[in-house]
Structures are given as C-alpha cells and as structure tokens.
Design a protein around this ligand. Structure first.
Ligand SMILES: Cc1cc2nc3c(=O)[nH]c(=O)nc-3n(C[C@H](O)[C@H](O)[C@H](O)COP(=O)(O)OP(=O)(O)OC[C@H]3O[C@@H](n4cnc5c(N)ncnc54)[C@H](O)[C@@H]3O)c2cc1C
Length: 353
C-alpha cells in the first residue's frame, strides 16, 4: 500500500493512479488528486483557500461534499476517515434503494462518488480548531496547515459512550469491546453480554446468536431499538433479556470473565460468567470544535435551524452531531445535502452584498 501525497489515503499500488515526477513515482486515489498534485507542484503553491470546508467523512459529510461538487462549489473535505459510523453497520435494511446492504459496501459507493464521479479536494486528517476570521473561518488541521473558508459544514457525528464502571478500562480489548467487531470467534460456544437497548446493540445480538452459547442482553431501560429488530432477536432461544438492569462491575484475571449487574432500585447483584462484553450504549456528539462558537443543547448537540444553519453565521451542521431528529444514515445523508444547498445560498448572498 502507498500513501496518496495529496489526501493521505492509503492506496493499492497495483490499481492506483500514478504520476512520475523527478525520477520518483507517486500513487493517488484518483485522477483528481493526481491533477491537484501536478498543479500545485508546478505553481509551488498548495491550495489553502476555499468557499466551503466540510468537516467529517460520515454519510452527512460525504453527501455534503458530493452535493458541493455537483453545485460546482470551491469545496474541501477534511475527515478523520471516510465512512464514519456507517462502516460499523453489518446490516443496513433501511437505506432507500437497497433492501439490504452492509455498511462497508454502502460506504464504498459513497467514496466512489466523492473520489471518482464528483471529485472534490479532500484530506484525511483531524480538524483541531475552527477560528472565526474576517469574512470566514480558519480551519486548522492535524497536518498543522490552516485552511480558509467562507463557510463551514460541521458533520463530525458521534463517538461511543463509556459505562464508567469498575473493570471497564482494565479489560478493554481483553474481552470488552465497544460496538461491533469483525472477529467474534473468541466467544464461540461461550456466553457473552451485550449492553444497550438500541439498534446497534440488537445488531450485535444478531451477529452473536449463531456463535455464542447464551447472550445476555442488558439494558437499564426498556429496549429502544426499532420494533422489527426487537421482534426478531426476541425469538432467539439463546437470548436472555435483562431489562431495567444496571451494570455494576466487570471482573476477571487476564481477561474479563464475569459481569455483575443489579436490577434498578434493588440491592442484590447478579453475577454472570461471560467471555465477551459488547457495549453499545449510545454515542456522544463530537461538537467540541464549535462549542464556543455555536449554541449546543443539553445533550451537547449543535442546535440547527431547518436549513442546517447554526447560531453562528457561516457555520452549518449536519447529521448525528446536530439536533436533527433521528440518528440514521438516510437522515444524515439528507441533512448533508441540505447543508450543502444552504451553504451555497449563503455564499451567493455574500457575493450580492
Ligand atoms: C454499529 C452501528 C450500526 C448502525 N446501523 C445503522 C443502520 O442499520 N441504519 C441506519 O440508518 N443507521 C445506522 N447506524 C447509525 C448511522 O451510522 C449514523 O446515524 C450515521 O453514520 C451518522 O452519520 P454522520 O455523518 O452524521 O456521522 P458519523 O457517521 O459519526 O461520521 C462522522 C465523521 O466525522 C469524522 N470526525 C469526527 N471528528 C472529526 C474531526 N475533529 N476532524 C475530522 N473528522 C472528524 C469522523 O471520523 C467521521 O468520519 C448505525 C450506527 C452504528 C454505530
């Protein structure tokens, strides 16, 4: 694998687009990145000023970026990864156009649109700071470069919440995992616990049901996942539900081997021997970049208006990081499209002034 010198993406040298310069061969994810490389090399000036910077490479950010490209905006995408949470979904049954598709397959299609069908400049990396400046914003990325844009779309999604119980840190990746993992063979024929009551937790139960002996589904409330998936997993003979139970402690020697739980408002703890624990108790919005610039609600989500604008003129937000109702791929994508349209309108209005 080789690193694209423009966007930092790892590319397969057998299939990558290449350019030979000064006796050296360079590998690119797309013709767009190769053209950018050759242009910036000939004028010795990397591009750092745009109309729009989109931050985040999940469904919201990728859709906003593709829309910006189709709207012929001077746009730049900066994202830690291309895919976001959607890549963790093993079974997407609620995205229009597909009866069933896996997260990685859908994300591959999104990426193809971004890189090949509607190329826009992109960089794989973290954004560390957004600073308001005259007529726009400076966006400081982890490559320590600062990029200027007249408007910004924040589509930074959410990251997994922790339980904060005894043993959680100690047994991380020693039997304790967050969300779905690819290789579940370590719980083959053994008992496993899934903690959470939403769709992500149910997906893990589905993945475990032909592998684990017993699955303990532990939730501190009634299950909140979509009714269809709850109905399906409830039929699994190896599923034992512990609704309205609180996790007290994880214990074990080198790896986790027991979980202690307690029914809400009761004293007595129940100890369950297990080999794996999968925590899926929700996510927290990644809104820190704008916490001093735009209004957040009590859950830490960015408060948006119906056009994805925020309380800070010029900053738009889309997807799971916002107050938009429904944390779903199709909703995040729709919101990303809306934010791109609104950002374009904002720029047109700036030009009129
Ligand atoms: C296990 C699992 C299964 C799911 N299954 C389904 C399903 O079947 N159907 C469904 O509709 N939804 C499902 N979801 C929910 C769905 O994935 C999310 O609603 C959707 O991905 C939200 O998209 P987003 O673009 O708003 O945010 P995210 O997908 O969270 O993407 C955020 C992006 O921002 C990037 N980022 C964050 N901070 C920075 C920074 N400082 N600098 C640069 N980049 C940054 C991240 O790396 C990521 O690329 C599932 C979620 C999970 C976790």
């Amino acid at each position: 694998m080789k690193k694209d010198p423009v966007c930092n993406m790892m590319v397969d040298e057998k299939t990558a687009v290449t350019a030979d310069c000064d006796g050296e061969r360079y590998y690119f994810c797309s013709e767009g990145c190769r053209d950018k490389f050759l242009k910036e090399r000939s004028c010795k000036l990397p591009r750092t000023s745009y109309d729009l910077i989109v931050i985040g490479g999940g469904p919201a950010g990728l859709t906003a970026a593709v829309y910006a490209a189709t709207l012929k905006m001077e746009a730049f995408l900066i994202a830690r990864d291309l895919g976001g949470q959607a890549i963790d979904s093993t079974k997407i049954e609620n995205y229009m156009g597909f009866d069933f598709i896996t997260g990685p397959e859908l994300v591959e299609k999104f990426q193809y649109q971004l890189i090949h069908s509607h190329y826009i400049d992109h960089l794989l990396g973290d954004v560390e700071k957004i600073e308001p400046v005259h007529e726009g914003f400076n966006v400081v990325a982890s490559d320590l470069n600062s990029y200027f844009a007249k408007t910004v779309i924040l589509a930074t999604g959410m990251t997994r919440r922790k339980l904060h119980v005894e043993g959680e840190e100690r047994f991380q990746r020693k039997g304790v995992f967050y969300g779905n993992i690819q290789d579940l063979s370590f719980v083959q024929g053994a008992d496993a616990a899934v903690i959470g009551g939403g769709n992500s937790a149910m997906q893990i139960v589905e993945n475990l049901h032909t592998i684990a002996k017993s699955i303990y589904l532990i939730s501190d409330s009634k299950l909140t996942a979509d009714a269809s998936i709850v109905e399906r997993v409830s039929q699994f003979e190896n599923l034992v539900k512990y609704e309205r139970f609180k996790v007290v402690e994880f214990s074990g020697e080198d790896a986790v081997s027991e979980i202690s739980i307690r029914k809400l408002a009761e004293e007595e703890t129940v100890k369950l021997p297990i080999k794996g624990i999968f925590i899926a108790i929700g996510l927290q919005p990644n809104a820190a970049l704008v916490s001093d610039l735009a209004e957040l609600n009590e859950r830490g989500e960015i408060v948006i208006n119906s056009d994805c604008s925020t309380s800070c003129p010029g900053i738009f937000a889309a997807g799971d990081v916002t107050t938009a109702f429904g944390k779903r791929i199709v909703i995040a994508s729709g919101e990303g499209a809306k934010a791109a349209l609104a950002a374009r309108q904002y720029i047109l209005n700036l030009k009129k002034k």
